[in-house]
Design a protein around this ligand. Structure first.
Ligand code: ZN
Length: 416
């Protein structure tokens, strides 16, 4: 018998949890203010009493999360001390495991990248080989950064889905051969000695956009990640949508062309067989864009050929332009399904293939999308490239660690 859905019973709060929540509220207010805030401004921004603000700020100063950054004179009375986030107070590591490339970043407490590295993912079907390589790259990044280990709050991991976030396992990622129920979170925690958090790569990308993307990370948006796979990270009214098992955002089998090529799922013309670089490269080969020179189908060759295809379109090649135009039409259909379903304000594109497509897609997708949108008469939808850059998923993974420390989460008030 199917499991009956149950309402999660809310329970009361205890005082220590309330203290942690209030501390996150204060840190969040300070973080969001570029110029810093005084204790008086914090009281008015958060609604907390002067006594609570004073106690928590003293604790945050003692723990180096915040610093006193000058005085401000406003009217009579003694000058107010301005409080800011201490960049050096804590650091967070982020890892993005992609089937082709592994990206590593270290962020300071303001979310700025202070160290980064990138390595090719070992072409092994043994998860242990890739895990050993991840651990050694993290260890190297930490030692090269010169940051004290006790200042590092943890490592966030962005991995291809599906994942089991409770167990910290990567389940059956389609492009990582030999990976089945791999306990990646615990393996990295054990290997590096830091607490670890695991999330889906596309969700991590959406979190990065919220944290570091500027205006493109506000409100309700979908992050369309164009990488080895295609996926969507969802944010509605400034909250990440993860779904009941943290695997929301699987959009690969939205049908964009009913007469398109068959997909392994049994349908025809799914977005993963009509819009991904691999399919576009094969189409370009059939239409002579590469002058009949044989193409390889490994990830490196596809990547190189895809660069050639985009360059040919930019140089005015008719077949190449037509291939990208048609892919834009199909991708817009998939985007419109998600935008209509969740009534979004914005579509953010990113991932390793975005920069090569952005010129072409930014010209065509906004108009195509406007035609397909149900709520177009009510509000406009904008189409933008990520404000975070190519390392967005790794940065998002590190933001998960900062997010845990800095963002008020009402769920933390519920008793376990
Ligand atoms: Zn399919």
């Amino acid at each position: 018998m199917a499991e009956q859905p149950q309402f999660t019973m809310r329970r009361g709060t205890n005082l220590p949890a309330m203290g942690d929540f209030n501390q996150s509220v204060i840190l969040d207010a300070i973080r969001r203010s570029r110029t810093g805030l005084s204790r008086v401004e914090l009281a008015s921004a958060t609604g907390l009493s002067a006594q609570t603000i004073s106690n928590i700020c003293r604790r945050l100063l003692d723990r180096d999360f915040i610093v006193a950054a000058g005085k401000e004179i406003s009217g009579p009375g003694k000058p107010r001390t301005i409080l800011k986030i201490n960049p050096d107070g804590r650091y967070a590591l982020g890892v993005h495991l992609d089937p082709t490339v592994m990206t590593f970043v270290m962020l300071d407490l303001t979310g700025a990248v202070v160290a980064r590295s990138r390595h090719a993912t070992p072409t092994s079907t043994e998860p242990e080989v890739i895990i050993a390589s991840l651990v050694s790259a993290i260890t190297d990044l930490v030692s090269e950064s010169g940051v004290r280990r006790d200042r590092i709050g943890g490592v966030g991991i962005a991995a291809p889905g599906p994942i089991d976030r409770v167990r910290g396992t990567v389940v059956d990622p389609p492009h990582l051969v030999g990976w089945h129920q791999v306990a990646l979170r615990d393996a990295l925690a054990e290997g590096t000695g830091f607490p670890a958090i695991l999330d889906k790569d596309v969700t991590a990308a959406a979190v990065a956009e919220m944290w570091a993307g500027g205006p493109s990370g506000l409100g309700s948006f979908v992050f369309f990640y164009l990488g080895t796979g295609i996926g969507a990270g969802l944010v509605v009214k400034d909250e990440v949508v993860r779904g009941s098992s943290d695997n929301a955002g699987e959009i690969g089998h939205i049908v964009t062309d009913p007469d398109g090529p068959p997909c392994f799922c049994g349908l025809r013309g799914c977005v993963i067989v009509t819009c991904m670089p691999r399919s576009l490269v094969i189409e370009a080969d059939q239409r002579g864009v590469f002058g009949g020179v044989p193409i390889g189908l490994d990830t490196v060759s596809i990547d190189e050929r895809f660069t050639e295809l985009c360059a040919a379109a930019a140089a005015g090649d008719e077949a190449a332009t037509d291939i990208l135009d048609r892919s834009a039409v199909r991708l817009s259909k998939a985007v419109s399904v998600v935008a209509n379903l969740l009534d979004l304000d914005r579509v953010v594109f990113g991932g390793p293939f975005w920069s090569r497509l952005s010129g072409h897609y930014k010209r065509s997708i906004p108009a195509l999308l406007e035609e397909l949108r149900v709520a177009r008469s009510i509000h406009r939808i904008s189409v933008v490239g990520t404000g975070v850059g190519e390392d967005v998923a790794a940065i998002g993974a590190a933001c998960l660690v900062l997010d845990r420390a800095l963002t008020p989460n009402p769920k933390s008030l519920l008793l376990a």
